[in-house]
Design a protein around this ligand. Sequence first.
Ligand code: 5AD
Ligand code: SF4
Length: 494
Amino acid sequence: MYNEIDLDIIEINSEPPTEEPFRQYYFMAKCRRWVKDFEQKNGRLPKSFVLNMGCQMNARDSEKLAGILEQAGFLEALDEHADFVIYNTCTVRENANLKVYGHLGLLKHEKKSNPHMRIALCGCMMQEPEVVEKLKKSYRFVDLIFGTHNIFKFAELLAATLESREQVVDIWDGTDEIVEDLPVERKYPFKSGVNIMFGCNNFCSYCIVPYVRGRERSRRPEDILREIETLAEDGVSEVMLLGQNVNSYGKTLQEPVSFGELLRRVEQVEGIKRIRFMTSHPKDLSEELIQVMKESKKICRHLHLPLQSGSTRILKAMNRKYTKEQYLELAERIRREIPGISLTTDIIVGFPGETEEDFLETLDVVKKVQYDNAYTFIYSKRTGTPAAAMENQVPEAEVKSRFDRLLALVQENARAQTARFADSVQEVLIEEVNEHDSSLLTGRMSNNLLVHFPGDTSLIGSIRKVRLEVCKGFYYMGTLLENAPQESKTPSRL
Ligand code: 5AD
Ligand code: SF4
């Protein structure tokens, strides 16, 4: 819809509309006016920089921020040498917060050399009241602070910030509102994240996400499908459906729809060749989903299934609602039903009260499931979560030693799992020029593995066949099969 709205004919001297998304288009038009005035005064367009510091959900939100800045007329900067800098923050672990404060130190310095500069912070970390208090008190040079619930109001907040020199702070405790049809500036022309739900109701005892992202809300299937159809028309061939717990999609809708059913409908969208999703909670993974994946021609052969711990005792304390045995049974069933599927996971080490025996149970699950990859995290105490108040926090040295042992095992498995595809021919979506060697292209297989091979940049965005020749541990070097039929049209924008 947004490409149908002409911002230049919006009457910005009248009162703003109250209805969304029209209200935001009015403020985008206001920002565009500000940009034009800036250009006249300074002989150049202002530049903006959006830094995503979090997960895929944050990355998608960052694309929405970038879309609005682009509509307003800002040029995109490659780094913080810009007139408007916004950090989309994460707070899942303490380290994420420390990183933001580190960056702010540098930005303060940058702002001294650019009097036009405005600094904004948004995302999960801003939903923590102590953080906002600290920013208000000690980081007065930050111009705009807002959270996760009112990100749809970015255009309005941007307009307020550009027009005033006061610090603008707007944090909401929660919302039921889902505003559709705002502009998005995608990072890749050929693949895109698509939010299917927001928030989380699970309250795993270590996790801050339900507090900063609010209660679970699903988008209506017709809105999701309309977005995916528009993306397909625009050259997108791969979509990643995003939610904190996609397996409980649709339960809160007026007319409930299961995640399996949503996938079936997405599969029908012409032009979409690949479907991914993230993240699945094992407790809600249905038999229906396994069958839909099994029958699908488009759903990628990859499932991310966070384990968190292999000890039933710790899983209970984490409020995960499954046992070690249930998880193992599920993983085995998935491997049996969908042969060749790649399984990946998240594991936390050092949850309060974790003993050596508990940790050995985790190692046992890792050995049994043989993950293709695992993201391993040291437990981080998050204020306000039930786990933060638990006794028996595990000593740091012990946690570090367990973490190293887990990582060694995970890497050994990942190497072995990667090697099983050697000499096969795989369809890959060619995503980009290799970062280290510009004569090579990088493609992603259905199972999420990467392969690098010589090829021409005109192939970026297409799906091609590649022979996997040399296994390099966690990725492959390969050769493009030149004569393979082209499976996907190259987006016209490339
Ligand atoms: N400490 C460490 N890791 C955490 N995660 C979530 N909360 C914490 C925490 N407090 C991890 C979980 C989750 C992933 C996104 O981050 O493994 O699946
Ligand atoms: Fe956090 Fe658990 Fe929700 Fe995932 S499912 S976001 S780990 S509370």
